[in-house]
Design a protein around this ligand. Structure first.
Ligand SMILES: CC(C)(COP(=O)(O)OP(=O)(O)OC[C@H]1O[C@@H](n2cnc3c(N)ncnc32)[C@H](O)[C@@H]1OP(=O)(O)O)[C@@H](O)C(=O)NCCC(=O)NCCS
Length: 170
C-alpha cells in the first residue's frame, strides 16, 4: 500500500513562491530512514549518541521528514523518555529556514503526541526563542530529571546553553 504523505506545497508557496515548481511533502519516516535522519540532525548541529551512557529509556514514537523534491529539507523526531513525550530532534536545512517549516514539523509532532494521549511535551532547546514563539515554557533543570545528562557534559554552559522547555497540550 502506498505510504500516506501530506502535501504542504500550497501552504509554503503562499509565502515563498520562489520555491516553485518542486513539490514539498511531509512524510512519516520509516525505520530505514533513521540513519539518514540522525546524520541530518548532526549536520544541523544536534548531538546524538551518548544516551547509552545514561540510565534513560528513550523510545522513538514517530518521525516525520519534509522532502523538497528529492532533497531532505527538514525532520522531527517524537519520542518517549521515562514515560514523558519529548521532541528528540528537529532541524530544517539552512537554506529552507525561516519559512515556517520548523513550525509545521513541530505542529505535526505535537498533534501526533496529542492523538496518543499526551498532555505535555518536553524538549532540550538549543533555540529557545523558536519554542517560546510556539508557546513552550522554560522548566527548571531539577524539575526535569530525565535531562540530567546535560549536567554531565563538558560543553554544558560553556559552548552549549540548552534550556529545558515544556508545552502543555490543550
Ligand atoms: C530551530 C529550527 C528547526 C527552526 O526552523 P525554521 O523552519 O527556521 O523555523 P520557522 O520558520 O518555522 O520559525 C517559526 C518562528 O520561530 C522563529 N525562529 C526560528 N528559529 C529561530 C531561532 N533560532 N531563534 C529565534 N527565533 C527563531 C521564526 O522567526 C518564526 O517566528 P515568527 O513566527 O514570529 O516569524 C531551525 O532553525 C534549525 O534547524 N536550527 C538548527 C537545529 C536546531 O537548533 N534545532 C533545534 C534543536 S532544540
Amino acid at each position: 500500500m502506498a505510504e500516506k504523505t501530506t502535501c504542504i506545497t500550497t501552504e509554503i508557496l503562499k509565502r515563498h513562491p520562489e520555491l516553485a515548481p518542486k513539490w514539498m511533502r511531509m512524510k512519516r519516516a520509516t525505520e530505514s530512514d533513521y540513519p539518514e535522519l540522525v546524520q541530518f540532525f548532526m549536520d544541523n548541529g544536534l548531538e546524538y549518541g551518548d544516551e547509552d551512557k545514561y540510565d534513560t529509556d528513550t523510545d522513538e514514537v514517530a518521525s516525520y521528514k519534509v522532502m523538497y523534491g528529492d532533497e531532505l529539507a527538514g525532520a522531527v523526531c517524537l519520542a518517549k523518555r521515562d514515560g514523558e513525550f519529548i521532541i528528540d530532534g528537529i532541524a530544517v536545512k539552512e537554506e529552507y529556514r525561516k519559512k515556517k517549516l520548523g513550525k509545521l514539523l513541530l505542529d505535526k509532532a505535537i498533534s501526533t503526541a496529542k492523538e496518543l494521549g499526551a498532555t505535555s511535551i518536553y524538549l532540550n532547546a538549543r533555540a529557545p526563542k523558536f519554542y517560546e514563539a510556539y508557546g513552550f515554557k522554560a522548566v527548571k533543570a531539577n524539575e526535569a530529571p530525565f535531562f540530567y545528562e546535560c549536567l554531565d557534559c563538558d560543553q554544558y554552559n560553556v559552548t552549549c546553553h540548552p534550556e529545558i522547555m515544556m508545552y502543555e497540550i490543550g
